[in-house]
Design a protein around this ligand. Structure first.
Ligand code: MG
Length: 316
């Protein structure tokens, strides 16, 4: 447990032009663990997801139905998902293709996510397809999921920079974003996969999407903290009306493309800011921090989250 006391929570001082409520899409168990070297036992993952939901997270992405050989860290999706029946949260799962959707449906998943790319190089390296070929691959997956009344999230990676191509033109991101929505995705997650975005860039992309007819309510933001910009970018996005923010408990996941320990925005760092702004998330920061400290022990390394470190030090 974290220490109680005046410093365990930020002072609550609301600011103007911000949403009253933010839905955190917790990605630690999927995006986080798939990028950790250590393969976590299935029971530990199940306990992790239970604890995340108990801390108040309402959307906990649980696992991925990619081919087990591609992502050995998540090869136990079939064993894990049935252990989550009593979790009190939405449990989206990543599905790469029709075969992945078959596996997810067989286990009763109600929310899926597909994983697209804004750039040709990443599409080629990650999906072995062009951007348009990957959209064609998603089309029957999204159509069938919609038929079964599943909620569909479309991840769009490399929205700001690409490690091989450099800066990514905004119009290119807008084109693929619109294409994913046209396929029938309910929600988009704009990924800054290498963490290079800055607030003006985030605002420019959100403005361009808005002008192209993409409703802000359908947009989630997925910032990485590789260069320390994730919270600044998130705040800029909130000021644009975004209310869905992706984050990873304890900052799990690192950045595989920058070989940095700091990748995904840590959920605790996000909650500290949102709590301070008086924005409701439903998350209990103390319980969440305790969960991430527990998981860091399982992984054998300290959490990169500043908030986890600050609050954990209080107890020692
Ligand atoms: Mg990520």
């Amino acid at each position: 447990m974290t220490a109680a006391g005046p410093e365990a929570l930020p002072m609550r001082v609301p600011a103007n032009n911000l949403p009253a409520h933010v839905r955190i899409h917790e990605v630690g168990a999927r995006d986080g663990l798939q990028n950790e070297k250590t393969v976590v036992p299935t029971e530990v993952k199940a306990e992790f997801i239970h604890r995340l939901a108990d801390a108040g997270l309402t959307t906990v992405e649980a696992t991925s139905f990619v081919h087990p050989a591609w992502v050995p860290q998540l090869a136990d999706a079939e064993e894990l998902f049935p252990l989550l029946r009593d979790v009190n949260a939405e449990l989206p799962v990543l599905v790469p293709n029709s075969r992945g959707l078959d596996r997810a449906l067989a286990l009763g998943a109600r929310r899926i996510a597909v994983f697209g790319s804004a750039t040709e190089t990443f599409a080629s390296r990650n999906l072995n397809r062009t951007v348009d070929e990957s959209l064609a691959m998603f089309e029957p997956v999204v159509a069938r999921a919609r038929q079964d009344r599943l909620h569909v999230r479309g991840y769009l990676s490399m929205c700001f920079g690409d490690p091989w191509e450099g800066a990514v033109p905004i119009r290119q991101v807008v084109r693929v974003a619109k294409a994913l929505l046209d396929l029938g995705c309910d929600e988009l997650s704009l990924g800054d996969t290498i963490g290079v975005a800055t607030p003006g860039h985030a605002v420019a992309l959100l403005t361009a999407l808005n002008e192209a007819g993409v409703p802000t309510s359908a947009i989630g933001v997925h910032f990485h903290d590789t260069y320390g910009q994730a919270l600044a970018n998130t705040l800029a996005a909130l000021q644009q009306g975004v209310t869905t923010v992706d984050a990873s408990a304890g900052g799990l996941g690192g950045c595989p493309y920058a070989k940095s320990a700091t990748g995904n925005l840590a959920t605790e760092d996000l909650v500290w800011m949102l709590d301070g702004l008086g924005i409701e998330t439903g998350v209990d920061l103390g319980r969440l921090t305790a969960t991430s400290a527990w998981m860091a022990e399982r992984l054998g390394r300290p959490s990169p989250s500043r908030t986890v470190r600050a609050l954990s030090h209080k107890e020692s």
